[in-house]
Design a protein around this ligand. Structure first.
Ligand code: NAI
Length: 385
C-alpha cells in the first residue's frame, strides 16, 4: 500500500520540458510526480513561448532564475549548479522528443518521456543505446499501465488463470476528432501534421497505449507479424484518423487493435478483452477499478480494485482501500513512484527489480507505428515485425 511515506532519501530535483499553460498533459505529470513528495519541481522550460513559460513556472513556485527559455539552456545552466536537476520529464509535441531526450541523457539526466518516443525505429534504437551507455533511467509515459487492475491482469495471465492466451482484442477509439477540430485546436493541429506527429496520427497517439498495455500484461508474447488498414476520413488530413491492425504473436495468439479519433459518439473507447483457452478478462479505461473475469461454464464475475482477493502485486499499489474509486491520477502517481524508486536504486547502484515502461517500451511503440504505416501504405500487406 502506498501511504505517502518517503521512499527516497531526498526529493529528486526534477524539471519539466513542455507541459506549460494550456497543454493537455502537463498538469497530470506535475500532479503525479509531486503527489508523494518523491520529486520537487525546481526548474523548467515549460513552453515554446519563453515569456509565457516563465510566467507559468513562477506560478508553479519555480524560482524565476530556473524558468528557462528552452531545453538547451535548461540543461546547460542546470549542469553548472551543485543542486542542478537530476531528472526531466518531456511533455512536448512528438517531433521534439528525440532531440530533447538525447540531450538530456547525454547530460546525465534521468528521463521520463511522452509517447510516442520518436519517429523512427532507428532513432528509438539510438536512444536505447544511449540509455545503455549512460546507465540512466528512462521511462516512457504509458500512463494507463499503472492501474492496479493492469497489474492484476498481468499476474492472472502469468499464473495461468486464463490458460494459454489465444486472442488479444483491444481498442482505443474515441470520437473527439470526427470533424476537422485541428482548424481551431493547436493541440490537434500538430497531431495531424506529419512533420510534427511523425508517420502516423491515431496509431501513435492512441494505438501505442494499447500496444504497451498488451506488453505490460503479456511480456512473454512477441508480435511476429502484422497487417494494418488505415484511413483518413476527415477531408484534408494527411495522416490516418482511423486504423485497424491485426497481429500474430509468436505463441500462436492473434491480436487486434482499433485506433481511432472518428468513432463518433464514443467518449474515450479505450478497452480490451484478453481471451485464454479457459477464461477471459476485460477492462475499460473509463471503469479502471473493475476487471471482468469470465470463466467458461461459470457465472461471470467482476473483480474490484483494492479487494483482498487480488494478487499481492496488485494490492501493493493501492492507496485508499476498496470501495472509493481510484483513477488516472493514481495510475500516473504509481508510475512516478516507480520512476523515483528506479532513480534511487540506480543512483545507489542497486538492481531495479520491478517492471516499468522502459526504453524497450519506447522502441516497441515506435516500431509498431512504423510497421503499421508501412502495411497500411501497401494496402494492408502482412509485414514481419
Ligand atoms: P499540447 O500541444 O497540448 O502541449 C504541448 C506543450 O509543450 C505546450 O505547453 C507547448 O508550449 C510546449 N512546447 C512545445 N514545444 C516546446 C519546446 N520545444 N520546448 C518547450 N516546450 C514546448 O500537447 P499535449 O497534448 O500536452 O501533448 C504533449 C505530448 O504528450 C505529446 O507527445 C503527446 O503524444 C503526449 N500525450 C500523452 C498522453 C498520455 O496519456 N501519456 C496524453 C496526451 C498527450
Amino acid at each position: 500500500m502506498i501511504n505517502g511515506e518517503k521512499i527516497v532519501d531526498q526529493p529528486i530535483r526534477w524539471a519539466m520540458i513542455g507541459g506549460g499553460r494550456g497543454s493537455q498533459i502537463g498538469y497530470i505529470h506535475r500532479s503525479a510526480a509531486l503527489r508523494d513528495a518523491n520529486f520537487e519541481l525546481v526548474a523548467g522550460a515549460f513552453d515554446v513561448d519563453p515569456e509565457r513559460g516563465k510566467d507559468f513556472g513562477i506560478n508553479c513556485h519555480v524560482d524565476p532564475d530556473r524558468c528557462y527559455p528552452d531545453y538547451k539552456t535548461l540543461i546547460e545552466e542546470e549542469a553548472k549548479r551543485p543542486d542542478g536537476v537530476q531528472a526531466v520529464s518531456i511533455a512536448t509535441p512528438n517531433f521534439t522528443h528525440f532531440e530533447i531526450a538525447k540531450a538530456a541523457l547525454e547530460a546525465g539526466l534521468h528521463v521520463y518521456c511522452e509517447k510516442p518516443l520518436c519517429f523512427t525505429t532507428e532513432e528509438a534504437e539510438e536512444l536505447e543505446a544511449l540509455v545503455k551507455k549512460t546507465g540512466k533511467v528512462m521511462f516512457i509515459s504509458y500512463g494507463y499501465c499503472g492501474h492496479q487492475m493492469i497489474e492484476q491482469a498481468r499476474q492472472m495471465i502469468a499464473r495461468g488463470d486464463l490458460g494459454k492466451i489465444r486472442i488479444v482484442n483491444m481498442q482505443f477509439a474515441h470520437g473527439a476528432h470526427n470533424v476537422a477540430v485541428e482548424k481551431k485546436s493547436g493541440s490537434t493541429a500538430w497531431r495531424v501534421d506529419p512533420k510534427k506527429a511523425g508517420p502516423a496520427y491515431v496509431l501513435g497517439d492512441v494505438g501505442t497505449h494499447m500496444v504497451y498495455l498488451s506488453e505490460a500484461m503479456m511480456p512473454d508474447m512477441n508480435i511476429k507479424r502484422l497487417m494494418c488498414s488505415k484511413q483518413s476520413f476527415v477531408e484534408g488530413r494527411q495522416l490516418e484518423d482511423n486504423a485497424m491492425t491485426i497481429m500474430e504473436y509468436d505463441n500462436g495468439a492473434v491480436g487486434y487493435i482499433w485506433s481511432s479519433c472518428v468513432n463518433a459518439g464514443s467518449e474515450f473507447g479505450a478497452r480490451f478483452r484478453i481471451v485464454g483457452e479457459k477464461a477471459s478478462i476485460a477492462w475499460d479505461v473509463e471503469h479502471p477499478n473493475q476487471l471482468a473475469y469470465e470463466v467458461q461454464g461459470k457465472p461471470q464475475s467482476v473483480m474490484q480494485r483494492g479487494a483482498g482477493y487480488l494478487y499481492p502485486e496488485a494490492v501493493a499499489d493501492d492507496r485508499i482501500g476498496g470501495g472509493h474509486p481510484e483513477g488516472l491520477f493514481e495510475s500516473w502517481s504509481n508510475l512516478y513512484t516507480r520512476f523515483a524508486k528506479a532513480i534511487d536504486k540506480n543512483e545507489k547502484g542497486e538492481e531495479i527489480d520491478f517492471w516499468y515502461p522502459d526504453i524497450h517500451a519506447g522502441v516497441l511503440g515506435v516500431k509498431w507505428v512504423e510497421k503499421c504505416a508501412q502495411s497500411g501504405d501497401q494496402g494492408g500487406a502482412w509485414i514481419d515485425f
